[in-house]
Each structure stands twice: as C-alpha cells, then as structure tokens.
Write a protein of this length. Structure first.
Length: 121
C-alpha cells in the first residue's frame, strides 16, 4: 500500500504535468517544498507557493509559523487586501505586496527585513 509521501509525489506530478506556467516570467529563481499545513486544512487551495495577487507579483514558500497572522490579516483586510487561502503564509505575500505598493523602488531585501520585523515566529 502506498504511503503518504508516494501519494504526495503522485499528486505533485499530476499537477505539474497539467500545463506549464502561463505568461512571460523573467524570474531567475524558484523554490519548491512540501509541508503539512499548520493553519488551514491540507488542500490544493492552501498549497504553496502562495501568491500575493492575481498578477503574481510575489510568490511565497514558507516553512514556519506566523504566530500573529490573525492580527496581521485583520489589518490587511481593513486595507482591502483579499485572501484566497486559510494559511498563515499568505499574510507574508500580502505584506510584501503592500510594502511594494507603498514604495515601488523598495528592494526585495528591504521587504524581507520589514516583514521579519512584523511577523512573530
């Protein structure tokens, strides 16, 4: 009988084999990983990477827990940001988008540092 890892590998192969990524991507770096959900159910909807918006401005893969994600999410919802998952990781992608929207010349390193200051682990 196949174990969970085997089932996960089959599911990943099925999803990746469906169709290539759409659009023109100038991205030079990618990260992939598997992780059991700590917030939200284990489902395709809650799978990583998590995107910041429909245009995919930021993709986030996170292996940890955002302890204060409810507080951060509530604040972002109050600023009209929408959420598509039940995960704590999505807060990181939305914060990245918010910081970029506030200052389009901000570097990715600055975004990461600001998010690190906001997120409680």
């Amino acid at each position: 009988m196949p174990g969970r890892m085997h089932s996960l590998m089959e599911k990943a192969s099925e999803i990746m084999g469906r169709q290539p990524l759409k659009g023109n991507h100038s991205t030079m770096l990618g990260i992939a990983h598997t992780r059991w959900a700590t917030h939200g159910e284990a489902s395709e909807r809650n799978a990583h990477p998590v995107t910041s918006d429909e245009s995919g401005s930021f993709f986030v893969v996170h292996n940890g827990i955002v302890s204060n994600y409810i507080t951060l999410k509530t604040g972002l919802l109050g600023e009209s940001y929408t959420f598509e998952t039940d995960t704590d990781t999505e807060v990181i992608s939305k914060l990245a988008l918010k910081l970029y929207n506030e200052n389009s010349s901000i570097s990715l390193l600055e975004i990461a540092r600001k998010i690190e200051d906001l997120v409680l682990h």
